[in-house]
Design a protein around this ligand. Sequence first.
Ligand code: FES
Length: 143
Amino acid sequence: MEYSEKVMEHFVNPHNVGKIDDADGVGEVGNAKCGDIMKMYLKIDNGIITDVKFNTYGCASAIATSSMATDLIKGQPISEALKLTNKAVVEALDGLPAVKIHCSVLAEQAIKAAVRDYYDKNGIEYDEAQFHFNEAHEHGVEE
Ligand code: FES
């Protein structure tokens, strides 16, 4: 299996790994295909994601995509983070082997789940459609 240099970089030296104890939003999702789990922590200030960390039992591809995804949303407004797709993350990593695409869905879903947790905790109303996981069925991923 061929991994791009960027995937290897982010796998060997992943960014934003860990836990935020006083996180404003926490999201945990599982991948039905492989059983791996991803946990995402967000710090949110005035609608901006000021910090983000992740923990996963996922594989190299899950680690690399989460590292890249968290880099991409750090410092961004929530609205931008919700627009981030696993496809955009895979592109930023110069691609993933086709059989590994399902791993990249974990990061996108965990970010969305963490934002939803933040909204729920703060009584912020939201449109369910924003949290619709397009890839979910295709890749057999549970919410
Ligand atoms: Fe489970 Fe990649 S094999 S996340």
